[in-house]
Ligand binder design. Structure first.
Ligand SMILES: Nc1ncnc2c1ncn2[C@@H]1O[C@H](COP(=O)(O)OP(=O)(O)OP(=O)(O)O)[C@@H](O)[C@H]1O
Ligand SMILES: [Mg+2]
Length: 370
């Protein structure tokens, strides 16, 4: 939108005393380029807001019919109006009104009688924040759109490369090159799939199908998928957890993205003939799942950036396995989407302790026979 077409911000003033509306309106009109709407009680305010949402509301606390606190709570409860900033108008600074106003969701307050410079400073600040937020949201959505197009349009050429490489003759110099090219193309497709998963997760955070499910079954499902990898390095798995322990997760992502990545990392960075320990206990309403390997461990630089998508910490495994470095950021995103959290400690080999990595995942949990 060009500057010429930019709309003025809409400021709403809600006060049961017309004189106050007049004073506030005059101070603002003379100093800020904005449009106004007015209401003299809470109900009227909600009615007007539902038809035309303002960018800022100056809201009196004490009003007949429906007071300012009630209006504020109603607006914050409604997702369509929750992010409209509200500045309370109150007669006394140190009164309980101010605390109650903040608790109800207000961003600031002004006191009567009105002090023009202070009033203007507070209103301008909130309008500037509102404008910045709108810009950030717009840029964010443009970037997401771009990422979507990029992922969508990259899949076909990369899949075509994969298909063509597969058709290449296995003899001669291709014998060594073909698996490398297949790996690279596979990795590229994996990366695209991961970015898409992350996007989906951000979009549908609210609607993940979260259910209490038996943790040991989910863990075994993932171990079963990775059986070949464990066997190839002769890595044993020790599992210790009550069968009745249930965790609240979304099954497909938990098995395929969370557990599979953690286990495939444990395989990738463990030595042959070692053991991976998996245990879980319930602590109150929280299940603690621990996955411990005695692999090569991580230096601080890797550990400190392991959840960052912009800083690649990907290393090759003990058998030359490669990866994209997107696994752990995705694990964290999913765990947090389930309402849980993840912690990692890791040490490389030194004189004091053997090397290894311990991952602790906290999830909403309960013991249940179902
Ligand atoms: N169990 C582990 N032991 C040692 N290092 C690990 C372990 N898990 C992760 N790391 C380190 O963290 C990096 C990032 O892990 P992450 O799972 O995000 O990516 P990746 O395994 O390299 O690739 P991808 O999972 O996308 O195939 C790894 O490359 C490795 O350097
Ligand atoms: Mg990984």
């Amino acid at each position: 939108m060009s500057d010429g077409l930019k709309k003025n911000p809409l400021v709403m003033i809600v006060d049961d005393v017309p004189k106050n509306i007049q004073i506030l309106g005059n101070i603002l009109r003379e100093n800020i380029q904005c449009d106004f709407s007015f209401a003299q009680d809470g109900r009227q305010a909600l009615d007007i807001i539902s038809r035309s949402a303002p960018d800022l509301i100056l809201l009196d606390i004490t009003m007949p019919v429906m007071d300012g606190l009630e209006v504020c709570r109603a607006l914050k409860k409604n997702p369509e109006t929750a992010d409209i900033p509200i500045i309370f108008i109150t007669a006394r600074v140190d009164s309980e009104d101010v605390i109650k106003g903040f608790e109800a969701g207000a961003v600031d307050y002004i006191t009567k009688p009105f002090n023009s410079p202070e009033l203007l400073a507070r209103v301008k600040t909130q309008l500037a924040i509102r404008e910045q937020n709108a810009i950030i949201l717009r840029q964010n959505s443009e970037l997401r759109e771009l990422l979507h197009v990029l992922c969508h349009d990259l899949v076909n050429p990369v899949a075509a490369i994969l298909g063509l490489v597969n058709m290449l003759d296995d003899s001669g110099p291709m014998r060594k090159l073909k698996p490398l090219m297949l790996d690279a193309a596979d990795n590229a497709l994996g990366l695209i799939a991961l970015i898409r998963n992350m996007r989906k997760l951000e979009d549908k955070n609210e609607s993940l199908d979260l259910r209490y499910l038996p943790l040991s079954e989910l863990v075994r499902e993932s171990l079963c998928m990775l059986e070949q990898g464990f066997n190839k390095k002769n890595i044993a798995v020790s599992i210790e957890m009550p069968d009745a322990l249930h965790v609240c997760v979304e099954a497909v992502s938990f098995v395929n993205s969370v557990m599979n990545n953690i286990f495939s990392n444990a395989i990738k960075f463990s030595m042959k003939n070692s053991t991976v320990f998996v245990s879980a206990v319930l602590k109150g309403t929280e299940a603690l799942l621990v996955i411990k390997d005695s692999g090569i461990g991580m230096p601080d630089e890797v550990l400190n950036n392991i959840f960052s998508v912009s800083f690649s910490v990907s290393r090759t495994g003990t058998d030359g396995e490669t990866g994209s470095g997107f696994g752990m950021p995705l694990v964290k995103k999913f765990v947090e989407a389930y309402g849980g959290r993840i912690e990692i400690s890791s040490s490389e080999e030194n004189e004091l302790s053997p090397s290894g990595t311990e991952i602790r995942i906290f999830l909403p949990g309960r013991i249940s026979d179902l």
